[in-house]
Structures are given as structure tokens and as C-alpha cells.
Design a protein around this ligand. Structure first.
Ligand SMILES: [Zn+2]
Length: 191
């Protein structure tokens, strides 16, 4: 799948909106990305993760690990495509750990996955967890990379879609200044 095809899927599922949005961070943006909307349909999630798996051809993977909640579906679908185990890491108290009997054997080749990588912070933390358990991180994969190149890993980083979602402080927002598009708060709509 090329980026154009992926973008088409996002738009078809209303997962990437264009307009003037007030984000939960308080910042304003001309775009709104909600990856959960492309993953809510198993067929779409499967198709996207198959596309991501194709980018990983030749990489030997024993298991896939993603941080909960965002990485759970991607971990599962990617594991299905790669025919390996799917694990997820949780953060009950500040730091990520494996629970529910999940384990990584020493030397196992682990792919760390996410739905969206913004700063890469939780991905770095899962990488540290995998290493602390004796696993070997063989790559990072995400459906979307919106880090704008800021998320850099010591392994290859595969993403289906690399987009730069611009954000502005309300007082600096050009869309507020233009007053052409009313400000909306996605996710707060009840319909
Ligand atoms: Zn604005």
C-alpha cells in the first residue's frame, strides 16, 4: 500500500478530517487524526496491517509488542499478518510492563508497534522494556508517523503514512485569525 492509498482509507473512514479543530491538548489544528476509526473495522485494520507487514519482508520476527491501548489492535493484526505472537505492554503505575502471563524469552526478536507515533515516548519505553527482558528489538512499526521526523529509533522505523499535523496555540492560530472556518471540537460530538 502506498501513502496515497492509505490516505484514501483514512479519509473514507473519516479518520482524517480537515477544518479547524480544538484538540484535547488545547491546541488548534487544521487536521484531526483519529486512528481508532480506521481500526474499528477488522477488514480495514487487517488490510492496513497486511500493508505494513509487506514493508517488513525479510525481517525475522518472533513476536510483536505494542503499548496499551493504542498499540493493541495493531499488535494483534500485525502479528496475524506475520504469523507470530501478539503481546501488549501496560502501564499500571508509571512504567510499562508485561502482565497477564505474557513473556519474552532471552534473544527473541521483537517488533515494537504503535497505531500513531507522535513523540515516540511510549515507543522508547516499550523498547526499553523489551531489552530489559532480554529481547532483541528488530524494528519499530506504526500505522501513522506524525512525528515529523522527530521520532528516531536505533532500528528501522516502518510507517504506512507519514503526515505532519500542524498545531497552533489558540492565540497564534491562523484559522482563528481568518475566521472563515468555525472551531469544532472533534470527539465531543454525541451524534
Ligand atoms: Zn484556531
Amino acid at each position: 500500500m502506498n501513502e496515497k492509498e492509505v490516505l484514501k482509507v483514512f479519509k473514507a473512514e473519516n479518520a482524517l478530517l480537515t477544518g479547524h479543530f480544538s484538540l484535547s491538548s488545547g491546541l488548534h489544528s487544521p487536521n484531526y487524526l483519529q486512528c481508532a476509526l480506521v481500526l474499528q473495522k477488522p477488514k480495514v485494520a487487517e488490510k492496513l496491517c497486511k500493508g505494513l507487514a509487506r514493508q517488513l519482508k525479510g525481517v525475522k520476527v518472533d513476536a510483536v509488542v505494542g503499548p496499551a491501548l493504542g498499540g493493541v489492535i495493531v499488535s494483534y493484526e500485525l502479528a496475524r499478518a506475520l504469523k507470530v505472537r501478539s503481546l501488549f505492554a501496560e502501564r499500571p503505575e508509571g512504567t510499562f510492563c508485561l502482565r497477564r502471563g505474557f513473556s519474552i524469552k532471552r534473544g527473541e526478536r521483537i517488533l515494537v508497534v504503535e497505531d500513531v507515533i507522535t513523540t515516540g515516548k511510549s515507543t522508547y519505553e516499550v523498547i526499553d522494556l523489551v531489552k530489559s527482558l532480554g529481547g532483541k528489538v528488530v524494528g519499530v512499526a506504526s500505522v501513522v508517523d506524525r512525528s515529523g521526523g522527530a521520532a528516531v529509533f536505533e532500528t528501522d522505523f516502518h510507517a504506512l503514512l507519514r503526515i505532519n499535523v500542524k498545531t497552533y496555540r489558540p492565540e497564534d492560530c491562523p484559522l482563528c485569525r481568518e475566521r472563515r472556518i468555525p472551531l469544532t471540537k472533534p470527539g465531543s460530538r454525541r451524534s
